[in-house]
Design a protein around this ligand. Structure first.
Ligand code: FES
Length: 113
């Protein structure tokens, strides 16, 4: 990422569809990095590199960009077409809404922190 891109990074709001919770995420950091700041106990610390799929989400609104490759073992063409991606591998370009799916769902949707 260039200095110009870093300087242009903004904070945007990410909404978790299941709970209505929101968190701020920079446009130069992954959705998963921002999600950690929610402070939810049990958010899995996976590989953070697109290779384990514990952070799979479905982006239901808003634009995003891919930051690093995602394993095709976990993200198929159909997944991509439906907005199902790995939160550690994508960054928001604007306000987005995400549905947490897979292993991440239980950690994010249970009550309490
Ligand atoms: S943390 Fe492993 S794929 Fe995202």
């Amino acid at each position: 990422m260039t200095d110009v891109q870093l300087a242009a990074a903004q904070n945007v709001v990410v909404t978790i569809a299941e709970t209505g919770e929101t968190y701020r995420c920079r446009t130069d950091e992954s959705l998963l990095t921002g999600m950690y700041r929610l402070g939810k106990r049990g958010i899995p610390v996976g590989c953070r590199g697109g290779g384990c799929s514990v952070c799979k989400v479905q982006i239901t609104a808003g634009a995003y960009a891919q930051m690093r490759p995602m394993s095709r073992e976990y993200v198929s063409d159909d997944d991509l077409a439906q907005g199902r991606v790995l939160a550690c591998c994508v960054r928001p370009l604007e306000e987005v809404t995400v549905a947490v799916i897979g292993k991440l769902n239980k950690c994010v949707t249970r009550s309490g922190t």
